[in-house]
Design a protein around this ligand. Structure first.
Ligand code: GDP
Length: 464
């Protein structure tokens, strides 16, 4: 819960740690008086007032100045001060940025100086963006897009987040919501003043339009969870009997020793995950316990987890020993399903004749050596093709959170009730459309629900 919007807030807007420059951002009604207090030596002790002469600062123009502690007058640093008067600022309130030298000592001193001013406090998580939302600067999906952009690690994540931050999802959802509100207005008018020319009522007339909209929503929902995957990662599970080289392959892909490699079967007990950038998308490779008859309780649990990860994976990479393939690898053969990639490892040890015996049908079969790296480039390329094919960013924006999906599913369910209702009760029909519009409003934040706002902005970092 946000403490009070009357407070002027501050936070470090740039990254933590030593840096050439650190940016401290302020927002709220005391902003101008605070930056004046910080840049004027020997000022009086009284509380800063919201109305102070602003001549000293030209909007959006950087001013190089000394920064003093407003109570002790000690010089803190020399830096740039930028002032963004409301409403032309990130939050829509008066905002200022202090560009200081990025040392821990300067930050401690400036925070202490800001804390000493009455009515000024450190921002809570996501409070700057929440204020921007409250001031109508952005809706919830745009705010979430902004947060995703800050956390983007791959090109695909950056593009998706940027699109959402620029209103891709808002335009889509608000477009649907406005159409529903428009239909609702007609339905309500018909309840109060029935149209003699439409004996079946407005609902029957509006049904095709609603059906079309619901089909668009269902299409938007049936995207294979693309947007959510771009955010959180596409998962590839390495699966197979013990000792076939799963951990060795994970290490080779990660280019570091993340998993223990050993010729003792059953070394990997828990799942080990490595996130890599493949074709601009985040891909999590998960090494799992070798599948065999468990020798103890811990291995049994490891195998259970391996099977569970395999069930939820976006792609399964079944591994087997090329030297034993196919007759000696019955367990691995039994695992391969359509859509899996089969990986025959240890090709470096195979005698030439055996190597020739293994025929790779297509990109779903690979012969590799995790030890020498042979065949790895081709394997990564096959994985990349699958990932890019499933996650390619389309023209239309994808929903990116379970929260969007749930609300949209509820919206579709309400429209479904409207479409198939045969009770002829105009009041109930209008209620279904109202509910559908409300669910869309939950996504964009058009419907004021404090609980949703707290959840969304808690995902942010302080300073955003
Ligand atoms: P896992 O149990 O499936 O995870 O297999 P590991 O990665 O722990 O490897 C089991 C054994 O096979 C170790 O002794 C590895 O050094 C060896 N190994 C793994 N990959 C290769 C490979 O490509 N070639 C050869 N010759 N040995 C390998």
């Amino acid at each position: 819960m946000i403490q009070s919007y009357d407070d002027t807030i501050y936070a470090l807007a740039s990254g933590k740690g030593r840096a050439g420059v650190a940016v401290v951002r302020l927002s709220g009604q005391l902003t101008l008086s605070v930056i004046q207090a910080l840049t004027t030596k020997n000022r009086s002790e009284e509380k800063p007032q919201p109305t102070v002469d602003s001549k000293q600062f030209v909007p959006r123009e950087a001013r190089l100045t000394k920064i003093f502690h407003p109570k002790t007058n000690i010089l803190i640093d020399m830096g740039l001060v930028l002032w963004f008067p409301a409403p032309h600022s990130f939050t829509g309130e008066d905002v200022a940025e202090l560009h200081l030298h990025g040392s821990p000592a300067i930050l401690t001193a400036i925070f202490e100086a800001l804390e000493s001013i009455e009515g000024v406090r450190m921002a809570e998580r996501g409070e700057f963006t929440r204020r921007a939302f409250e001031q109508g600067k952005m809706d919830l999906t745009e705010a979430e897009g902004l947060n995703d952009l800050i956390f983007a690690e791959t090109e695909g994540q950056r593009l998706q987040a940027l699109k959402q931050m620029q209103g891709g999802l808002s335009t889509l959802y608000e477009g649907w919501r406005e159409k529903l509100v428009h239909i609702l207005a007609h339905l309500e008018a018909d309840i109060d003043f029935p149209d003699e020319d439409l004996p079946e009522g407005v609902a029957a007339q509006k049904r095709p339009e609603i059906e079309k909209m619901q089909a668009e929503m269902k299409n938007h929902l049936a995207d294979g969870h693309k947007g959510e995957r771009i955010r959180s990662g596409f998962t590839v599970v390495l699966l197979g009997p013990p000792n076939v080289g799963k951990s060795s392959l994970l290490n080779a892909l990660a280019k570091e020793d993340v998993a223990i490699v050993s010729d003792i079967a059953g070394t990997t007990r828990d799942t080990i995950e490595v996130k890599l950038d493949i074709g601009g998308f985040p891909v999590s490779f998960i090494d799992t316990a070798g599948l065999r008859e468990a020798k103890d309780k811990i291995e049994e649990e490891g195998i259970r987890r391996a099977r569970q990860k395999a069930e939820n994976a976006d792609l399964r990479l079944v591994m087997a020993d090329a030297l034993l393939w196919p007759d000696g690898e019955a367990e691995a053969r039994g695992l391969v399903r359509s859509g899996d990639i089969l990986c025959l490892n240890k090709i470096d040890e195979s005698i030439q004749g055996l190597k020739n015996n293994i025929s790779c049908q297509d990109n779903s079969e690979h012969i590799i050596s995790a030890k020498t790296g042979e065949g790895l480039a081709e394997l990564i390329s096959s994985i990349e093709n699958i990932v890019v094919d499933k996650l390619a960013i389309s023209e239309l924006p994808s929903l990116t959170r379970a929260r969007h999906r749930t609300a949209l599913e509820h919206c579709c369910a309400s429209l479904e009730r409207f479409i198939f209702s045969d009770h002829g009760d105009a009041v109930l029909e209008a209620e279904d459309v109202r509910l559908a519009a409300r669910h869309l409003g939950f996504i964009t934040g058009r419907v004021d629900v404090e609980e949703i706002l707290d959840k969304v902005f808690n995902d942010f970092c302080i300073g955003k």
